[in-house]
Design a protein around this ligand. Structure first.
Ligand code: MAV
Length: 327
């Protein structure tokens, strides 16, 4: 009998991570995409890191894929209520109905380049907005993924500003997106992400604007085979954890969550930047997609027409201080 007891003790010592007193806490993460999408990989990375940075609890990140839990506005609703979804990446343009100020975080033409975007994220420019998000939506930004460009997707070729005129496109819910596309001569409509494919198919709109990964994973190229490199925005995609989930942990585990979240967000950006070209190349190779350049002169014209709308928005929303800091 005592040999058996000794054996069990030896096993527990040999595998301390399975010690019986360590609690397992599940964090439910929701993705609109498959397991290879950079957002989904961000959640998985977080799960790996958060257990490396603390040993008080075993955190099990369970990821639902392919819109099983809906789209980003649904994730927001669930997380704000503190049920079903604890973790998700949500685009500022889809969160702005609840927290209007967050739209500035990646509004069109905000960043000069990736280095500028990364400098802004490393600064304290968003501290006030992050606090506002906790207060109004009950969710906490623990990291930032994204960092790639959004471009035009259309069912007819768009090579220049002239061809952009009258383009009926879907935009995200934050009003600044519709304002900017109206200013450049297009005709925007706000449509939920999971309804865009059929809206293009049935001719309600002629296209949208999206990153390369959204374009390929949602198979938008089947109904809109033209991808135009306007590079009109660089994404910032906050990784959110519900305040209810965050509040369950001790200060030590919370510190590990913040560290793991920040690193997972950076990892998600690196993955997206490294892989985005390849995703589109495959469709181009199969002649399913035509990529169109957008000349510098057309980009300059886009900027010239959009800038007054952007500045007016910043003024109306009283976001001058944040804007100047970001600049
Ligand atoms: C892309 O799939 C992502 O940027 C995602 O975060 C957005 O919600 C989506 O586009 C969109 O345009 O709504």
């Amino acid at each position: 009998k005592s040999a058996l007891v000794l054996g069990v003790v030896a096993m527990l010592t040999a595998f301390p991570s399975v010690a019986a007193d360590k609690k397992t806490v599940t964090i439910n993460a929701a993705s609109m995409f498959d397991k290879d999408h950079p957002f989904t990989q961000t959640y998985a990375k977080f799960g790996e890191l958060v257990n490396k940075y603390q040993d008080e609890v075993n955190i099990d990140v369970k990821i639902s894929l392919n819109k099983a839990m809906g789209i980003e506005p649904d994730f927001l609703r669930f997380m704000s209520q503190g049920e079903s979804v604890d973790m998700a990446i949500i685009a500022p343009g889809n969160l702005a109905q609840r927290v209007p100020d967050i739209a500035i975080v990646d509004m069109p033409l905000m960043f000069k380049d990736l280095a500028h975007r990364n400098r802004v994220l490393a600064s304290d420019a968003f501290k006030g907005i992050e606090a506002d998000v906790i207060k109004r939506a009950n969710i906490r930004a623990i990291g930032y993924a994204g960092g790639v460009s959004r471009n035009l997707i259309s069912n007819y070729p768009i090579n220049n500003m002239n061809e952009l005129k009258g383009f009926r496109l879907r935009v995200q819910g934050a009003p600044i997106w519709a304002k900017v596309f109206t200013a450049v001569g297009a005709v925007p409509s706000v449509i939920a992400y999971d309804e865009v494919y059929s809206a293009v198919q049935t001719g309600v709109v002629q296209g949208l604007e999206n990153e390369r990964f959204g374009y390929t994973q949602q198979r938008f190229y089947e109904v809109a085979p033209h991808y135009t490199l306007t590079e009109h925005s660089l994404t910032v995609r906050p990784l959110f954890l519900s305040e209810k989930a965050f509040g369950k942990f001790s200060p030590k585990v919370q510190a590990a969550i913040l560290k793991a979240g920040a690193e997972a967000g950076k990892f998600g950006s690196e993955v997206e930047l490294a892989m985005e070209g390849k995703a589109l190349d495959e469709q181009v190779g199969k002649k399913l997609v035509t990529v169109h350049a957008f000349a510098d002169a057309d980009k300059a014209k886009f900027r010239e027409l959009a800038t007054p709308a952007l500045l007016q928005y910043v003024k109306d929303a009283k976001l001058e201080e944040v804007y100047n800091k970001m600049q």
